[in-house]
Design a protein around this ligand. Structure first.
Ligand SMILES: [Zn+2]
Length: 172
């Protein structure tokens, strides 16, 4: 069970809920869509842990620069690992920022996109960036969470090498 500590609207049909569980919180993107046949209203959810959110925030300057260069007509792309095979990507031709979980299929070697993801228009992402201080006020523990690679146990090389968050595919 969880409670909602806050809701931040990003666009007409997309918002973020901050879900607070007993021992942790997470950010959940919720997008309303009309899909399928027959067409039915659905809610698409995308969950981001606080640590992965912090990783996104720490890459904000690169992300904003990529968006600006694309708006100026330059052909650039960006891919950032947020942890646990969750990636943020921006590429030319789409005015969007995509957050998506990837995985290596059993027996395979390629990292492939899964259906778990969310796509934000540039203006929705810019709204998200402007909400960072508000989200940090709603989730005070965000300011004290250390990046995974800074956790004390990562001083042990084997722990760091096989960490499912930092190096999710190393055990394969
Ligand atoms: Zn780690």
């Amino acid at each position: 069970m969880y409670s909602i500590s806050g809701t931040c609207r990003l666009g007409a049909d997309i918002h973020i809920d901050i879900r607070k569980y007993e021992h942790y919180s997470e950010l959940v993107f919720e997008e309303y869509a009309f899909e399928g046949s027959p067409v039915l209203p659905t809610v698409r959810e995308f969950h981001l842990s606080l640590q992965r959110w912090n990783q996104l925030v720490s890459n904000l300057a690169d992300i904003e620069q990529t968006i600006q260069e694309l708006k100026n007509g330059r052909d650039v792309r960006l891919e950032e690992h947020l942890g646990g095979n969750y990636y943020l990507s921006i590429k030319g031709g789409f005015e969007t920022v995509t957050l998506r979980k990837y995985r290596i299929k059993e027996g395979g070697t390629d990292l492939r996109p899964t259906r778990t993801g969310i796509t934000l228009k540039f203006e929705e992402f810019e709204r998200l960036a402007s909400l960072i201080p508000a989200i940090e006020r709603l989730v005070p523990e965000l300011t004290t969470i250390q990046p995974c690679y800074m956790q004390p146990d990562h001083a042990n090389l084997l722990v760091a090498l096989y960490c499912s968050e930092c190096n999710p595919n190393s055990a394969l």
